[in-house]
Design a protein around this ligand. Structure first.
Ligand SMILES: *[C@@H]1O[C@H](CO)[C@@H](O)[C@H](O)[C@H]1NC(C)=O
Ligand SMILES: *[C@@H]1O[C@H](CO)[C@@H](O)[C@H](O)[C@H]1NC(C)=O
Ligand SMILES: *[C@@H]1O[C@H](CO)[C@@H](O)[C@H](O)[C@H]1NC(C)=O
Length: 227
């Protein structure tokens, strides 16, 4: 058997999450780059068991953050596939597939398991979040994914501090910190915002939820930290 076939390991895990509605999600994990240094490091320092645990816990955490108690509230997803791939960048999510870079794993200097978890929480959010029928700002989409990461406590050292950043929809950590500020004004803000984004998007959703425009909210947020 050729070496790459031996290295091509995969398994499927099924969890029963809400038995009364029969909701189950399967996870499939495949290391397609087990011969690379990052692929080897993945096997040695992260591994399938930890990945499985992280996929499952991130999934449950996201449903809780989004207040999606029932299957009917959620995206219709039954299989999430994690790939460990030989590629550049960090990770991406497309069609319920999460792809994590072995180059990134190989070069990561800090706590690797914690970073892997943070990346999975971010990418798993993309599986379940609504995008306003593709009309929501990309910065908001990425900000919500990092908001989930923030709430899970996987905050990397390179993130901006609260109050930093140039605009509310800058994305990632900047928008995540701003959304956390909005969450402080209304408990469940991000869950409600995500819910509104199921079929469309309007910047007025901020007004609907907290009675202020997003521009006013952003300037108040900036003033609270820089005043
Ligand atoms: C899991 O992934 C492997 C490799 O891509 C594939 O062969 C297998 O069919 C997948 N299993 C499921 C249930 O999708
Ligand atoms: C959910 O997706 C599956 C296929 O992925 C499909 O068979 C099923 O009809 C979908 N259910 C709903 C309610 O859209
Ligand atoms: C989503 O967007 C597409 C393309 O812009 C449009 O045809 C469709 O009606 C929209 N769906 C909803 C539910 O608004």
């Amino acid at each position: 058997m050729p070496k790459h076939m031996i290295m091509f390991i995969s398994f499927v895990l099924t969890i029963a999450v809400v038995p009364e509605t029969g909701a189950t999600v399967k996870y499939n994990i495949t290391n397609t780059a087990a011969e690379t240094s990052g692929g080897v490091r993945y096997e040695n320092q992260i591994g399938f068991e930890y990945s499985k645990h992280t996929l499952k816990s991130s999934n449950l955490f996201i449903w809780r953050i989004f207040q999606q108690k029932n299957k009917a509230d959620r995206a219709n997803v039954t299989l999430v596939h994690l790939f460990i791939d030989d590629m550049d960048g960090v990770a991406y999510c497309e069609d319920n597939e999460i792809h994590v870079s072995t180059n990134y794993i190989a070069g990561y200097q800090d706590d690797l398991k914690k970073e892997f978890s943070g990346v999975v929480y971010h990418e798993m959010t993309h599986v379940w979040q609504w995008n306003g029928n593709d009309s929501a700002p990309q910065g908001l989409i990425e900000g919500i994914a990092d908001f989930v990461r923030l709430k899970a406590g996987y905050i990397p050292s390179h993130w901006v501090q609260p109050g930093q950043g140039d605009q509310w929809d800058q994305g990632y950590d900047v928008t995540a910190r701003f959304l956390d500020h909005c969450e402080g004004l209304r408990n469940g803000f991000v869950a409600q915002l995500n819910k509104k984004m199921q079929y469309g998007y309007s910047v007025d959703y901020f007004v609907d939820l907290v009675g202020k425009t997003v521009d006013l909210l952003w300037s108040e947020y900036k003033a609270a930290y820089n005043g």
